[in-house]
Write a protein that binds this ligand. Structure first.
Ligand code: IZC
Ligand code: ZN
Length: 420
């Protein structure tokens, strides 16, 4: 059999394990590698994998020499706010002066300033801007991701954002899972009438489902935003309409969103910086993935990070994401998040790679298509300008990708490469 592509001379091939459920606890500490390996691709799928030696017998239309370097599955970013208008660099000085994130929001800034800019932008403008950020995300090794709405807070703009996500998914090589985050903040004209606003967002679910504009819903469960009771109501309504559910939980205050996520069988519970001991034990007994966003804690200048060690050691499934957004984590670089996870969450390299590949795929229901390199699965593969997997969290803040492939096609490639 002649293959389309053969990647040979792989120094270290990363083979995270794909199981029915996300990798939990001890299983997160296991990471299989194959040294001196090769991978073949046909029809966009992985068609063979074995040793470099055996690959000499294989024929392919194109051969990519990995130069003895690291090759991994494409990274998966399971939590982003990809589509938005404007930017918020003015808030940096406010934060430096000690104004808290939730206080900026209370004063009509923060999320609400992005809402205004997103309402003002046309669908075309949002698409072009989203595409720019998406390409940068892909250049950093991500081949599958999630994107949320939530900067509309009205019917017209929420649908506009979701349409842009759909168009980005259809026109780019990447796979993008869409999440409806209508209850992301309380619009100014609904202050004191939070339940009426929530009813309005619940009222959009039918149309979003009918037009297949989102697979998941999400809600910002936080002090001054939505309570756990309101979150429960929204999650129940979402499930009734056939959506999977996610939640921004216990990011700043410990409201019990983690426990609620498990009770509601959410596919993921995200942030969890203030998750209680009880919440963590509940997570450990569930298949809900804890999506940790340490880049946000770093960017907000907080000293307390999510308790990843306790979560993993208790047996929970942990994943990592950028939370890319214009306010609380302004980076498209998931590799940087992997470094922060090592430095601040004290996660091991093996846990970090499982978190950013297979568990991230589970966190957005994409485990059958993404997160691992296996025969028959889409060939989402990254050749790294690095000698081994431990190198990526270690050498921080820059982009280490050499070749990023999605469905066997090159999405991004760097011409020069470093000799180790
Ligand atoms: O725009 O600040 N936390 N939502 C909840 C965000 C951060 C995004 C933002
Ligand atoms: Zn978020």
């Amino acid at each position: 059999m002649r293959h389309d592509v053969l990647i040979n001379n792989i120094g270290q091939l990363l083979l995270p394990k794909n199981t029915e459920t996300p990798l939990k606890g001890e299983a997160m500490k296991q990471l299989e590698t194959m040294e001196n390996a090769a991978v073949a691709i046909s029809g966009g799928k992985v068609s063979w994998l074995g040793s470099h030696e055996e690959s000499r017998q294989k024929e392919a239309d194109r051969v990519i020499d990995a130069e003895g370097k690291l090759v991994s599955p494409g990274l998966v970013d399971p939590h982003t706010h990809l589509v938005f208008g404007g930017s918020r660099e003015e808030e940096m000085a406010l934060k430096q002066a000690g104004v808290a994130y939730l206080d900026i929001l209370k004063q009509g800034g923060g999320i609400l300033s992005t809402v205004q800019a997103t309402r003002d932008a046309s669908e075309e403008e949002l698409f072009e801007k989203g595409k720019f950020h998406l390409e940068r995300i892909a250049s950093h090794g991500v081949t599958t991701m999630e994107a949320k709405s939530g900067y509309g807070l009205d019917k017209k703009t929420e649908l506009k954002q979701l349409k842009v996500v759909k168009k980005l998914n259809e026109t780019s090589k990447l796979d993008i899972t869409a999440t409806f985050l209508g209850p992301h903040a309380i619009p100014e004209d609904y202050k004191g009438r939070e339940d009426a606003f929530l009813d309005e967002m619940i009222g959009l679910l039918d149309e979003i489902k009918k037009k297949n504009l989102a697979q998941y819903t999400d809600i910002f469960c936080e002090t001054g935003v939505f309570t756990t009771e309101q979150s429960l109501r929204f999650m129940e309504a979402s499930k009734e309409k056939g959506f999977g559910v996610k939640i921004h939980a216990d990011e700043i205050d410990p409201l019990g969103g983690t426990e609620l996520a498990v009770d509601m069988d959410a596919v993921s519970a995200d942030h969890l910086v203030a998750a209680s001991d009880a919440g963590i034990s509940k997570l450990a007994d569930s298949s809900t993935v804890a999506v940790l966003l340490p880049g946000t804690t770093f960017y907000l200048g907080k000293d307390t990070y999510a308790r990843a060690r306790k979560m993993i050691d208790s047996g929970a499934a942990v994943s990592l994401a950028t939370d890319f957004n214009p306010g609380s984590c302004v980076t498209e670089n998931l590799q940087l998040i992997m470094s922060i996870a090592a430095l601040k969450l004290k996660m091991t390299p093996e846990e970090i790679w499982n978190a950013a590949t297979v568990n991230a795929a589970h966190a957005i229901g994409m485990e059958k298509q993404a997160g691992t390199i296996e025969i028959g699965k889409p060939a989402d593969i990254v050749v790294w300008d690095a000698p081994n997997y431990k190198y990526i969290p270690y050498h921080y803040g820059v982009n280490h990708t050499r070749t990023v492939m999605k469905n066997g096609e090159v999405v991004w490639e760097r011409a020069d490469s470093h000799v180790f």
